[in-house]
Ligand binder design. Structure first.
Ligand SMILES: N[C@H](CCC[C@H](N)C(=O)O)C(=O)O
Length: 297
């Protein structure tokens, strides 16, 4: 089984993109993990699969797999690469393109300046949409937002309570405000939040530093991938949360380690604008790919 692939990134969040329209692709958890493995495979944060749509108004179905093999609901940086890939491969010339995800349709527009603008779909603030078990948690009200106090016990560090804003951008996010992202405890507490039992489907953990009302810095410890250089849905979650807390005004420039995104939110529709880069093309030989795997993690 040989599959052509394209290696891409959106602000440093990197992807292996597969054309499931022209090729018969059966992406299992095992194959996804093997492709994403930084030494044994191509290496990427997520795999994006372009598929035939089931929604009558969609041009394509957009499927996303984290590097741990989990299939998830949305990927903002990936959406920008998705439309660039579809155009570069000649799968469609439509612009804007309608991409089907689990919760509905995204509109993806290639701009003349080479950046991509994405209508990011639904945003939900009810804790059931993540889901997140808030029973017996202390809360604080900041503007329109409710923050939940989650007590964590990092290894070799004192117990600490983090105050999380939680929301769904079709995928689950928990965002906290920090003084300085450069020394935020992303490696120490990101994993504790990501797999905390109160998040039944795990969660993407965002660390946001407010520079001014139209400018933030952001780091995200992603569900199923670890810290990435950028997270598009994470940028949307941070901006919507910051606006609701009265800290930000739309539009907001989001500086991530891998690049810059612009997020607009009017309280209803979220729009994200940012780069999409093609790096190289290749061919996956699945039999070879699965022939060698780590002996232990
Ligand atoms: N790790 C995310 C999926 C990828 C999101 C991120 N790469 C983006 O650009 O939105 C999740 O499990 O929900």
């Amino acid at each position: 089984m040989k599959w052509p692939f394209t290696k891409m990134h959106g602000a440093g969040n990197d992807f292996v993109v597969l054309d499931g329209v022209s090729n018969r692709i059966e992406l299992t958890t095992e194959i996804a993990r093997a492709i994403a493995h930084r030494q044994f495979g191509v290496g990427c944060d997520q795999i994006l699969l372009v598929d035939t749509p089931t929604h009558p108004e969609a041009d394509f179905r957009y499927r996303i797999f984290n590097s741990d093999g989990s299939e998830v609901e949305h990927c903002g940086n990936g959406a920008r690469c998705f439309v660039k890939f579809v155009h570069e491969k000649g799968l469609s010339r439509r612009n804007p393109l309608r991409a089907e995800i689990a919760t509905g349709l995204l509109t993806l527009q290639m701009q003349d300046d080479g950046e991509v603008r994405v209508e990011m779909g639904q945003t939900r603030f009810d804790v059931q949409s993540l889901p997140f078990d808030t029973s017996y948690l202390p809360t604080q009200t900041h503007g329109q937002d409710t923050l939940y106090g989650l007590t964590l016990t990092p290894a070799a560090s004192p117990q600490q309570t983090v105050w999380l804003s939680v929301l769904s951008i079709s995928n689950p996010h928990a965002v906290q405000v920090v003084e300085d992202v450069s020394n935020a405890p992303v490696a120490a507490i990101g994993p504790l939040i990501e797999s905390h039992p109160r998040f039944a489907r795990r969660v993407n953990a965002g660390f946001m530093q407010v520079l001014d009302r139209h400018h933030i810095r952001l780091r995200v410890y992603e569900r199923g991938a670890g810290e990435t250089l950028a997270c598009g849905t994470g940028a949307c979650a941070a901006v919507a949360s910051g606006i609701r807390q009265g800290l930000l005004d739309s539009p907001v420039r989001v500086d991530t380690r891998g690049g810059r995104l612009t997020i607009e939110w009017n309280g209803n529709q979220l729009q994200m604008t940012g780069p999409a880069t093609t790096v190289f093309e290749g061919t996956l030989d699945i039999k070879h790919l699965l022939s060698s795997q780590p002996v232990f993690e």
